[in-house]
Design a protein around this ligand. Structure first.
Ligand code: CDT
Length: 310
């Protein structure tokens, strides 16, 4: 048996501060057209795909950052993506900064089915960085200042013939992210990321180490939950700040089966067989048979590490 979902992992090259939504959406639309031409069922765009990675900029008044946010999705600027989806029967997933009618700010990703309808929304749970300006850093990462932690959990939707979940960037480093979706039978996790190639506090951490950590996290999440993982970068140099690429598609054995070669707009495709998740789900990672939840209490009752007394 096979259930093929052809994926287009649509890496973005850099988006500069001055780039308009319209210009950026035109680039995404071009990738979507390429994906349709290659027979893709679902195109995955990156985190905060519509703008530069603005959490690197500090504003005393948070409201000054509101122009980076979308008050509605779709909206006039993103409508062409939704129309192309509906007219060409191709799904997509898009990351953007969400401003709710109640005035709340989230780092959000939506999942759109082949009829151009939003079927799922996810709000980033693990917000990295800090809330105040920190002068000891070589650059700022102010996600904790501009976003609230997601309030939706990690849902999985049955859509486009499979069980699909989402997470965003830093979430991929946390095994809990994948496990919560694994427990819902997830067959594909799609995610976007903006990952600086340098650590703002530790100048000795190389870009290669950070690429390795990114891939390792996604490969582990895939294998340990017997799921496909699609990780999509916004890469390259934004305003002097470099971000890693390495957009990839990871199979349920944890192998990277397709990967970007550039740091520009680039489409990476693969025929993902959702039935390839079955063997591990029914054997090594048959959760019902093997998990021992009586020993996992600390996972949900404790946040920080509590080492034993010396
Ligand atoms: N966007 C985002 O979440 N970036 C973070 C940077 C932190 S570096 C450990 C990431 O996890 O890639």
């Amino acid at each position: 048996m096979s259930r093929i979902l052809k994926i287009g992992a649509a890496q973005s090259g850099p988006v500069q501060k001055a780039d308009s939504r319209e210009k950026t959406v035109a680039r995404l639309l071009e990738l979507m057209k390429q994906a349709k031409g290659q027979g893709c069922d679902l195109v995955v765009f990156t985190e905060l795909a519509l703008t530069t990675f603005f959490p690197r900029y500090y504003a005393e008044d948070r409201a000054e950052m509101d122009p980076w946010f979308e008050a509605a999705m779709p909206n006039p600027a993103t409508q062409p993506l939704f129309e192309f989806s509906r007219d060409n029967a191709i799904g997509f997933s898009l990351g953007y900064a969400e401003l709710t009618p109640e005035g709340e700010h989230f780092n959000t990703q939506v999942l759109i089915d082949k009829s151009g309808e939003v079927v799922g929304k996810y709000r980033k749970v693990h917000l990295p960085g800090h809330a105040e300006f920190e002068s000891e850093r070589s650059f700022q990462h102010l996600e904790k200042r501009y976003f609230l932690p997601g309030n939706i959990g990690f849902p999985v939707w049955h859509t486009m013939g499979g069980n699909i979940g989402m997470c965003i960037c830093n979430d991929r480093r946390w095994p809990e992210t994948f496990r919560v979706m694994g427990l819902q039978g997830v067959e594909m996790v799609v995610l976007g990321y903006n990952t600086p190639s340098a650590n703002s506090l530790k100048s000795t951490e190389s870009a290669d180490t950070r690429k390795h950590q990114s891939l390792l996290s996604m490969q582990a999440g895939a294998y340990q939950n017997a799921t496909w993982v699609v990780g999509v970068a916004k890469a390259g140099d934004e305003d002097g700040h470099h971000m890693i690429g390495e957009t990839c598609i990871v199979d349920p054995d944890g192998y990277v089966v397709a990967q970007a070669e550039t740091e520009d707009d680039e489409l990476v495709t693969y025929d993902c067989d959702l039935d390839a998740t079955r063997f591990l789900k029914e054997s090594t990672f048959n959760f019902a048979a093997h998990r021992r939840i009586e020993h996992y209490g600390r996972i949900t009752s404790q946040t920080g590490a509590e080492p034993p007394e010396e």
